[in-house]
Ligand binder design. Sequence first.
Ligand SMILES: NC(=O)c1ccc[n+]([C@@H]2O[C@H](COP(=O)([O-])OP(=O)(O)OC[C@H]3O[C@@H](n4cnc5c(N)ncnc54)[C@H](O)[C@@H]3O)[C@@H](O)[C@H]2O)c1
Length: 335
Amino acid sequence: MADTILVTGGAGYIGSHIVVELAGAGYIPMIVDNFATSSPSVLPRLRRITDQPIPCTAGDVRDRAVMKRLFAEHAISAVIHCAGLKAVGVGEAQPVAYYDNNVGGAITLVEAMTGAGVKTLVFSSSAAVYGQPEKNPVPENALLRPASVYGRTKRMVEQMLEDVASLDAQWSIGLLRYFNPAGAHSSAQIGEAPSATPNNLVPVLAQVADSDAPEIAVYGNDWNTPDGTGVRDYVHVMDLAAGHVAAMAYLKRAGGVTTLNLGTGSGHSVIEVVAAFERACGRPIARRIAPRRPGDVAICYADPSRAQQLLGWRATRDLDAICADAWRWQVNRHR
Ligand SMILES: NC(=O)c1ccc[n+]([C@@H]2O[C@H](COP(=O)([O-])OP(=O)(O)OC[C@H]3O[C@@H](n4cnc5c(N)ncnc54)[C@H](O)[C@@H]3O)[C@@H](O)[C@H]2O)c1
């Protein structure tokens, strides 16, 4: 009998791609999502891609009764915890809401898992836990000094999970620190669908290229980088999803906490990403230089060698593939 994996936040951008990869690997994925930043319209699309119905409970991970019932009614063997709020700027303005959702949600989830004896968990963490990196590429044992409320919520959950695992050796927990997920499934059925103005570069480029927005803002061109714009590690969302499937297999064998960077190991500047997106969409993209944003860093890219060593995982898709898939999704998403 195939393992049932609960994906919290599975209707969201990353979670939905993980659901597709899990189904492709023979798992039975199911979702709990409150649709705070996503829509149930992803469900029929997931069904089309995977050729199977994906059970989804509409509910909040902070709701004890909902979570208890989920574990009582389904033979869940592991959880991938993607549910969370991720807009860095909103987190600064609404810290309590971010701690409540991101830390509170993880607490309720772990309580429900403990009650049900389910002790295999992957947590969607973020490169935001590093803040300003001392050096690049960033290894997992780099200094952790998150520069935002969002990053602190992620680090707090990591710490809680480290404490949980240190008390009970039955837990097997993966803390996956994503760098900059981008791109979409090649079917163009699912992708990043921000309800508000997107914060991430690739969806902003997609909107501008599609003329929803007049131009992109480049936050600073005086960083200490080759072309003066910020350098980040863009990892294709399907590579990221494959990393979760690899982590699931690994966590079944390993115990304790395994912390892994999921990134490509190389960085691209904003100017390079704009150029790649122009190639993908075949049109020029207007840009304007804006002031640096507080908390931004010049360069941040992963040392992903530990994930390669332990999981046998590495990113296989490049920046051009990311932009081509993101553009295909942008063109198809309203159909
Ligand atoms: N996208 C990125 O750049 C990035 C980078 C690093 C880490 N992450 C983390 O990965 C996870 C997924 O991010 P995403 O990009 O798919 O974002 P997303 O907003 O598309 O998905 C998050 C999903 O969680 C759901 N959700 C939020 N709070 C919930 C709650 N309390 N109960 C139930 N469902 C809830 C939302 O409705 C949404 O479907 C998040 O935890 C995020 O912090 C994202």
